[in-house]
Design a protein around this ligand. Sequence first.
Ligand SMILES: Nc1nc2c(ncn2[C@@H]2O[C@H](COP(=O)(O)OP(=O)(O)OP(=O)(O)O)[C@@H](O)[C@H]2O)c(=O)[nH]1
Ligand SMILES: [Zn+2]
Length: 304
Amino acid sequence: MGGTRLARVVAAHGRHCLVEDESGQRTLCHPRGKKSAVVVGDIVAWQPSGDEGSIERIETRRNLFYRQDEMRTKAFAANLDQVLILLAAEPVFSEAQLTRALLAAEAEGISACIVLNKQDLGGPFDQAWARLEPYRRMGTPVLPLGLHDGHGLDALRQRLTGRHTLVLGPSGVGKSTLVNRLVPEAGAQTGEISRALNTGRHTTTATTWYWLEPARESALIDSPGFQEFGLHHLEAERLAQLMPDLRAALGDCRFYNCTHRHEPGCGVRAHVGADPSVDPLAIDQNRYRLYDELFDELSNKRTY
Ligand SMILES: Nc1nc2c(ncn2[C@@H]2O[C@H](COP(=O)(O)OP(=O)(O)OP(=O)(O)O)[C@@H](O)[C@H]2O)c(=O)[nH]1
Ligand SMILES: [Zn+2]
C-alpha cells in the first residue's frame, strides 16, 4: 500500500508510541481506530500524516515477554533475543522473583541470563553468588559484575553484542548505573523520548529502547515492573518442563501425568536435595520448593 512504512517501536506511553525507521528517524505515532496497544520492540506498519503518523498494523511478534496477575496483563517488550536479570550482592534478591522471570522468558522461548552486580562488596557478593549455584548448574549463564570498578563489563558487553536485550531487576541493584555506563547518551535519549511522548515525567517509569552503538545493532531495553511477577498465563502442568533442572529429570516417573508432588515412584523427587557432586541431576531444595508453591498457585488460580 502506498505510503505505508515499517518501523520499530522504541518507546510507548498509553496508546501513543515513538517509532524508529531504518535510518534512525523517529516519529510520534498514534493508533488508528480501536487497535490493540503496541509494545516496545514491535515492528509496525505506519503511515505519515503531517509530522506524526498513524499505526496501521502490528507485524506478527516473534515473542512477547509479559507477566499476568489476576487483574491484568503487563507486556514488557516484544521480539527479544534475550532477557537479562540484574541482581546484586545487596539488596538480597528474591529467588522466587528470579524464578518467575526466568519462567516467563522460557515460556516464550527467550534465552535468559543473570548478572550479579556489586562484586566489590566481598562477603555478601560471595553469598549471593553461592545462592545462584543451582542456576549455573542448570545452564543459565551467570555473570559477575562490578559497576563501580568496571569488573566484568567487557564480558557483559560481549553478551549484549548484536542482540536485543530486555533488562529487568529489582530496585537498588544498579540498573540505572548500568544503562548510563553502557549508553553514554542515555540521559539525552530519555529526555528526547519524554518530550516526544509528552509524559511530563522521567521515562524510568516507561519501557525504553537504547542502542548501544551508532551502528544500531545491539539494544538494551530498560523496563520497570519486576515486582509482583504474576504467571497466571502458565499452566501448572507446564511448570516442570519450563524449569531446566526439573526438566532434566523428567521421564522416569511411574505415572505419565505425574505432578512430582506426592505420587509414588516420582523420578523428579528422587533427585531433590541430592548432592550435585554425586548426582548430576540433583535438584536444589529451594528450586523444588518454588516449583511446589507455584504449582499450587497456578492450579488454584481464579479466572474472571
Ligand atoms: N558497591 C557497589 N554499589 C553499586 C554498584 N553499582 C551500583 N551501585 C550502587 O547501588 C545503588 C543503586 O544504584 P542504581 O543504579 O540507582 O540502582 P537501580 O537499580 O536503578 O535502582 P532504582 O533506581 O531503585 O530502580 C547506588 O547507590 C549505586 O551507586 C557496584 O558495583 N558496587
Ligand atoms: Zn514425577
